[in-house]
Design a protein around this ligand. Sequence first.
Ligand SMILES: C[S@@+](CC[C@H](N)C(=O)[O-])C[C@H]1O[C@@H](n2cnc3c(N)ncnc32)[C@H](O)[C@@H]1O
Length: 324
Amino acid sequence: MGPRISRLDQDGVAAVARNGSPRRSSDEERRKSAEEKVNGHAHAHREDNPKFDIPHHLKGIPRLEVQHYLMRFLYQGNFSSPIQETLNAGNARVLDLGCGAGTWAIEVAKEFPSAQVIGVDITNFFPSDVTTPNVKFILHNFQERKRLPFDDNAFDFVHMRFLLADVKEEDYQNTLIPELVRVTKPNGWIELLEFDVQHYSEGPVIRRLTNSLSKHLQSKGYNPKISEKLPHYLKQTNNVDKILQFDKAIPLGHWAGRVGDLAIEDLSILFLDSKELPQSMGVTDEEYQNLVSEYKEEVEERRTFFRTHRFFTKKISKINPEKS
Ligand SMILES: C[S@@+](CC[C@H](N)C(=O)[O-])C[C@H]1O[C@@H](n2cnc3c(N)ncnc32)[C@H](O)[C@@H]1O
């Protein structure tokens, strides 16, 4: 049997059909509440904000965008860092690394019209019809160049989400995390969101698929549990304050209502889109598709879920003298 879902995680599941009144809190309150919830031991009651509801009509919307709405709903917001006042103060700069279709960047730009938001990605998935004037997208391969195309201390807020299967562990450690700390201003915030490949409440098919995916990723240098290492790599820069963490379990399947429906749709597309996995498992495409169908049945029987982790921390304002 897998571990139990914590109360905060269950909120994420149970709150699907619930509407609460918008909650406003100052950055100081957000910071205090975040600090009380350090390291995922959060059991605070949460009120849902309708602003973060999952839109009703998602048919035909690309997978990454659906995933964005799921995360925004489960975490009740696009970020947890106490950075609202800075973003409202005027001329704040925000960076989203590996921004994909740019949904997060556009939403943050709309919410904070006086901030400048930059999305960076290797692929031009950027929407062509963006009317939000304070968002801009830059094509850049940060793995090839090993350096982000920005000056030191350039951003008030740096965000990065779901790069586990795109960035090798050694690059996270040696390049990407140090780079994103470098480009953050002292007292600016860095926020990362990652998922784990491992599922909980697994059956044999789920175990086979997720173990195979983990092995496949590992064989290419990716860490299917990079979330366990991210706080360590952030600390290794010697340039960040205490690392705060929220964890959310994502239920898979109809048993968990709309969130579960969207999440299993998302993960089954992720599995079906994987061209390399059937080969590395040594199964035919047809056998593989059958496995994914069985996976979808098994998550209903077992009430399966997987975990995501949000880390956020402030860059310290003085250069640490121990840093070489
Ligand atoms: C799983 S998607 C996540 C997208 C986005 N962060 C989100 O949450 O919707 C990973 C993104 O990282 C981008 N990416 C992968 N390798 C990259 C690289 N070397 N440089 C820049 N972007 C990269 C991919 O193109 C893709 O858009």
